[in-house]
Design a protein around this ligand. Structure first.
Ligand code: NAG
Ligand code: NAG
Ligand code: NAG
Ligand code: NAG
Ligand code: NAG
Ligand code: NAG
Ligand code: NAG
Ligand code: NAG
Ligand code: NAG
Ligand code: NAG
Length: 574
């Protein structure tokens, strides 16, 4: 038996499979104002961006932190998670600016990142980030494994918004109790179990050394292959698939566990089941599971949609993956329908690249905007769309379409990186014009829930490198106000599409990302206050009335309004 400290050290390092070489720490924001020394592939600025994005996940870690932890201001936390259920549910990631751990959005994050790495893996290699990718994935997957203790049970959330939302502060006083919520075979949460199965399948495929070879230049990241781990992941994928299709019925997680609906009320499970079947088919090389996916596709009427792509809505990813599979797995029969899958995918892609369809439109400043979804986090739908377009462009039916898709995807990445009316760079820490008052209790350094904006009265104590925030409003305005969770909160799923987009850019862009053109001072906050769900702007007053109200609020009522805003935050955040 090893002495306890040594045992802990071993446990703390068990997570890492590769050793980062060289190690990476995010450079200061000022470094983002100068061109890379060489305008070649890989461009150092794109590599740094990819490194920062991965570092964000490290800052969101829950559980016992290993010695290799780069985020020096973070502490081990959540060390009793799962005790109420007699289980070890420590580890995993805090979902956003608070301390909830949520399985459903996390599973989509892991799915999209493993899917992206199975095509654009070379980007991680060129940036020397593959070891950090491995750590990022394992920290999430190892926790999902704990959340799936047997084949009839899956834990969908640890922590309760009603308790968590009354707390603002660091990681040492996280409020308790932190209840563990499960779905199971008598109370199914089909969306969550199917999406988790997809995460395990897509990542099992990646760890088995799989390449989604829809094009000849697709590659997996070097050294990520580990058959032992791939096998473990596959067991959970298969087990969760069985739970999804063989439970007493189908339902949404919030039907089984209403608390889940506070932050992540899902709209259905047909897309999750289809996506899970497709990735399971890929991981197990199973044409019959692929056929099952097609049955779900038709049962849940997924054809013909112009839907948004996000944590809740995956139909556009399904169109993309079906076309990729028609090329990468021709013997499964999908290639006979390549024209069919292409026309389905390209209807969606054309709609997006033309500036939105099905209610979506372009803001004046050039952001793809889906009323409803974008109102609570504007960058996320646009970046997920860009991610789908980037997967799809190389397999488009014509080179004109391929160019149009890539151009549109690039425009959304450019917007996010500063090519917008505010000259705001919406990735924290990468440029002096990045948000520096982020809605993150742990990064802010403050602990006064009634003074989120004034404590500290200035930039956050800690820079949450690589965090993508919610983003501007529909008028392209961004206020950089800490209490505004709609604009200023980061989340695991906001950052995820940027990983795939940055990996692609590292592989393909010799020139600098847009932000290197922006010097300190390019961004300045607009006057007044935002009028989104986090602010009391629902009075139906005229524009003038709203402005006047804003002035009054800013002078006398900030603390009061913050209390109200705080009370409804999260309840309304999605
Ligand atoms: C492969 O993954 C397993 C499970 O995480 C781990 O124990 C093992 O050390 C890894 N093997 C290598 C060669 O990294
Ligand atoms: C990656 O590592 C190699 C070898 O240490 C080094 O030459 C190269 O500059 C690094 N590239 C980046 C983008 O960090
Ligand atoms: C980590 O712990 C230290 C020492 O207790 C504390 O000062 C710091 O604020 C903690 N970090 C966070 C993010 O809460
Ligand atoms: C199944 O899940 C429901 C909802 O979380 C819970 O109330 C019930 O106790 C669970 N069943 C078992 C056997 O744990
Ligand atoms: C769950 O099901 C999978 C796939 O059939 C199996 O490999 C695994 O051993 C099962 N897990 C448990 C805890 O029974
Ligand atoms: C569902 O249950 C049936 C009957 O027990 C079994 O034959 C089948 O393999 C199960 N399906 C999955 C996907 O686990
Ligand atoms: C789905 O959830 C609703 C609401 O909680 C419940 O009435 C119904 O029985 C559930 N269906 C299944 C199959 O569990
Ligand atoms: C991808 O690999 C599969 C299996 O080896 C092969 O049948 C298929 O033709 C390949 N597709 C492409 C586009 O290279
Ligand atoms: C062929 O693709 C179309 C989408 O364009 C789809 O609706 C249809 O189900 C597919 N047919 C088969 C046989 O897979
Ligand atoms: C994106 O920005 C780069 C500069 O960083 C520029 O060269 C390129 O033309 C822009 N592309 C689009 C589509 O806006």
């Amino acid at each position: 038996m090893l002495p306890l400290p040594l045992l802990l050290a071993v446990a703390a390092f068990a997570n890492a499979q590769l050793t980062p070489s060289p190690t990476f720490t995010p450079p200061p924001a000022d470094a983002g104002t100068t061109p890379a020394p060489e305008q070649t592939v890989p461009n150092e600025q794109w590599s740094n961006l990819l490194g920062d994005l991965l570092c964000f996940y490290e800052a969101q870690r829950s559980g016992e932190l290993p010695d290799s932890n780069r985020v020096t201001w973070r502490n081990s936390s959540g060390l009793h998670d799962g005790e109420d259920a007699g289980l070890d549910l420590t580890g995993g990631y805090y979902d956003a600016g608070d301390y909830i751990k949520a399985s459903y959005p996390l599973s989509w994050v892991l799915t999209s990142v493993c899917w992206g790495a199975a095509v654009f893996g070379q980007g991680y290699d060129l940036a020397n980030q593959t070891a950090y990718l491995d750590e990022m994935l394992r920290w999430g997957l190892d926790w999902l494994i704990k959340a799936h203790p047997d084949n009839s049970t899956f834990y969908v959330q640890v922590g309760d918004d009603a308790i968590d939302n009354n707390y603002w502060g660091g990681d040492q006083d996280i409020p308790t109790p932190r209840p563990s919520y499960q779905v199971n075979d008598t109370n199914p949460g089909t969306d969550a179990t199917a999406q988790a199965s997809a995460a395990f399948s897509s990542c099992s495929f990646l760890y088995a050394g799989g390449v989604l070879n829809s094009t000849s230049d697709a590659t997996a990241p070097t050294g990520i292959r580990n058959q032992t781990y791939a096998d473990t992941l596959l067991q959970h994928a298969v087990g969760l698939w069985g739970l999804s299709v063989n439970a007493s019925g189908v339902n949404r997680s919030q039907d089984a566990v209403p608390e889940v609906g506070d932050a992540y009320p899902s709209s259905g499970y047909g897309d999750d089941l289809t996506l899970a079947a497709l990735f399971l088919a890929l991981a197990t090389s199973s044409p019959s599971t692929y056929q099952q996916a097609l049955l779900y596709y038709s049962k849940y009427k997924l054809s013909g949609s112009n839907a948004v792509l996000n944590w809740d809505s995956k139909v556009p990813a399904i169109y993309t993956l079906l076309t990729e599979l028609a090329l990468a797995r021709p013997s499964w029969g999908g290639s006979a329908n390549l024209t069919g899958w292409r026309s389905e995918a390209e209807r969606w892609m054309d709609g997006v690249a033309a500036g939105g369809k099905g209610g979506a439109y372009m803001t004046d400043g050039g952001l793809l905007y889906y009323p409803g979804d974008s109102d609570s986090a504007s960058l996320n739908p646009a970046l997920n769309a860009a991610m789908a377009l980037t997967h799809y462009a190389p397999i488009a039916s014509t080179s004109d379409k391929a160019n149009a898709y890539l151009d549109f995807a690039t425009s959304q990445v450019n917007y996010t990186l500063g090519d917008n009316p505010m000259s705001a760079v919406y990735v924290v820490g990468i440029n002096p014009n990045s948000p520096d008052r982020v809605h993150s209790g742990m990064a802010s350094g403050g602990d006064n829930i009634n003074g989120i904006n004034t404590d500290p009265d200035g930039p956050d104590l800690h820079v949450l490198y690589g965090a993508v925030v919610g983003g501007p409003d529909k008028d392209d305005k961004f206020w950089n106000i800490r209490s505004d969770y709609i604009q200023s909160e980061p989340a695991l799923d906001y950052v995820a599409p940027m990983l795939t987009l940055a990996a692609f850019a590292v592989m393909n862009n010799a020139h600098d990302p847009y932000f290197t053109a922006l010097q300190a001072g390019a961004y300045s906050a607009p006057g007044g206050h935002p009028c989104d769900d986090s602010w009391a702007c629902h009075s139906g007053l005229s524009e003038g009335g709203k402005i006047a109200l804003g002035v009054v609020i800013s002078i006398v009522g900030t603390a009061f309004v913050l209390c109200i805003a705080w009370f409804v935050w999260r309840m309304r955040r999605r």
